[in-house]
Design a protein around this ligand. Structure first.
Ligand code: CMX
Length: 440
């Protein structure tokens, strides 16, 4: 991470600061208007937030500094093994932070650095050991990440007054690297603990983060699992700034809470069923449906199941999106990966996911409520983990939580590098809204 930090200091930050100064000169320019519908409708489409690493288009889906998932997977450095074809989350993080594609050498050095910083302080180990074993792992993950704040370089330097505002990004960068290095260790400890396994995390500096994580949770000898996990972690990293996990990290960070506290808040948002928890809900939904369906079921049977589900007033997990109006390209990327794999494409649960992805859009269109009847990333992701033997559905959002850190922490570093202020949008009561409406 030393090279990345030096490049940030010498090249990327001065350039971006210059751009900000230029923009601020005409910052009274109007780029949008706000309607009452937006204020009461979850603030959809209001252009009011700065986010650098990725952009979400309703039709085309996510791009990372203008690059599609397919492009990223082609040009970003892969794992160190012969024949590895999937981008690494470390590579994606470099792209998100700098806007440039790292070299293989740069990524290997970053992986090694993350391995070096992966050990947990004793108090975090002890905290986890004392949490109820049946606590949801997202609650435990968030608590453990918050407790890392105890060792935050940013908090320490801020409170002892040893840094000025233009240098805030430096300890924020160090904390972010430390968090990225330790989150797989925490996740692995939680996973192993839930299975009654006690294991000290060992990270090999010649391997990437995903390989080390897989090794520590007992999947290390299966390259197909590691490759799937690399793709999974890289493509869940960032989805623009307005989603709940990204926005809450950014918001809490704007109060100059350190990266551990900020991301702990982001994880708590990810733990909601309308956001990241959908990953676990989808798999449970698919397993339940599979049990209910007759042995030689048809698309008609699936359609019937979906209607029964909707008539009970429930949402179909893994479908719909606040911004997207087409199938999620992250879904498509995972679907393509699966279709090329002999073993996954023969998995009866994956086959059902595949059939649902063809049947559900029609049913949801007819149901007439959701603005986007297509599958999102969560409708595909869990079944892949399940296929490779990770049957503990509660951990699916934890994997999402490891990944999201690769996207939102670079933004937090940028927030500090450009001296972004505390966020404080204007809120309105219903009375105030009515008054403003009648005055028009
Ligand atoms: N099944 C049934 N109804 C759905 C639906 C679905 N998958 N998606 C949306 N709807 C309903 C909404 O509940 C809402 O109904 P009400 O008017 O009765 O409240 C109506 O359709 C309009 O909603 P929308 O504008 O299309 O969707 P929102 O922007 O409000 O919400 C989302 C987006 C993702 C929360 C929603 O589609 C949903 O609940 N999907 C299922 C959960 C899910 O897969 N979440 C994961 C999203 C990706 C991620 O963040 O990880």
């Amino acid at each position: 991470s030393t090279e990345l930090k030096n490049l940030m200091r010498e090249k990327y930050i001065p350039n971006k600061r210059e751009q900000l100064t230029r923009i601020k000169k005409s910052s009274a320019s109007v780029i949008g208007q706000t309607t009452v519908e937006q204020v009461l409708g979850g603030m959809r489409g209001i252009r009011c937030m700065w986010w650098e690493g990725s952009e979400l288009d309703a039709e085309k889906g996510i791009t990372f500094h203008g690059k599609t998932i397919e492009e990223c997977n082609r040009i970003l450095p892969h794992g160190p093994e012969q024949g590895a074809t999937q981008m690494l989350p470390e590579s994606m993080m470099w792209l998100i932070m700098t806007g440039e594609v790292p070299t293989e050498k740069q990524v290997r050095a970053l992986s090694a650095d993350l391995a070096r910083h992966s050990a947990l302080p004793r108090h975090v180990d002890e905290l986890i050991d004392n949490l109820p074993k049946d606590m949801h792992p997202m609650t435990s993950l968030s608590a453990a990440i918050a407790s890392l704040s105890h060792n935050s370089v940013f908090s320490k330097q801020y409170s002892d007054g040893s840094i000025t505002k233009d240098k805030f990004w430096e300890p924020a960068f160090d904390d972010s690297i430390s968090l990225l290095a330790k989150i797989p260790t925490i996740a692995a400890k939680l996973y192993n603990r839930s299975k009654g396994v006690s294991k000290v995390y060992k990270a090999d500096e010649s391997k990437d983060v995903t390989w080390n994580f897989a090794e520590n949770i007992g999947f290390g000898d299966k390259l197909p699992f590691v490759e799937m996990m690399r793709l999974y972690l890289a493509l869940h990293a960032d989805h623009e700034g307005g989603n709940v996990s990204a926005h809450s990290t950014h918001l809490v960070g704007s109060a100059l809470s350190d990266p551990f506290l900020s991301y702990s808040a982001g994880l708590l948002g990810l733990a909601g069923p309308l956001h990241g928890l959908a990953a676990q809900d989808v798999l449970r939904f698919i397993l339940q449906m599979h049990q209910w369906l007759p042995k030689n079921y048809t698309e008609k049977d699936v359609e019937q199941y979906l209607w029964n589900w909707l008539k009970d007033g429930r949402v179909v997990p893994g479908y719909g999106h606040a911004v997207l109006r087409k199938p999620d390209p992250r879904f498509t990327a995972l679907h393509e990966f699966s279709s090329k794999s002999d073993s996954i494409s023969k998995d009866p649960h994956w086959k059902l996911v595949d059939i649902v992805s063809r049947v559900a859009p029609q049913v949801l269109k007819e149901h007439g409520k959701t603005k986007n009847p297509f599958p999102n990333v969560d409708s595909q992701s869990g079944v892949l983990l399940h296929h490779y033997g990770m049957k503990e559905t509660e951990f699916y959002t934890v994997i999402f939580g490891i990944s999201r850190a690769y996207g939102v922490l670079p933004q937090l570093v940028w927030d500090r590098a450009l001296g972004m202020p505390i966020e404080r949008p204007k809120s309105l009561s219903l009375n105030a809204i009515e008054k403003m409406m009648s005055a028009q």
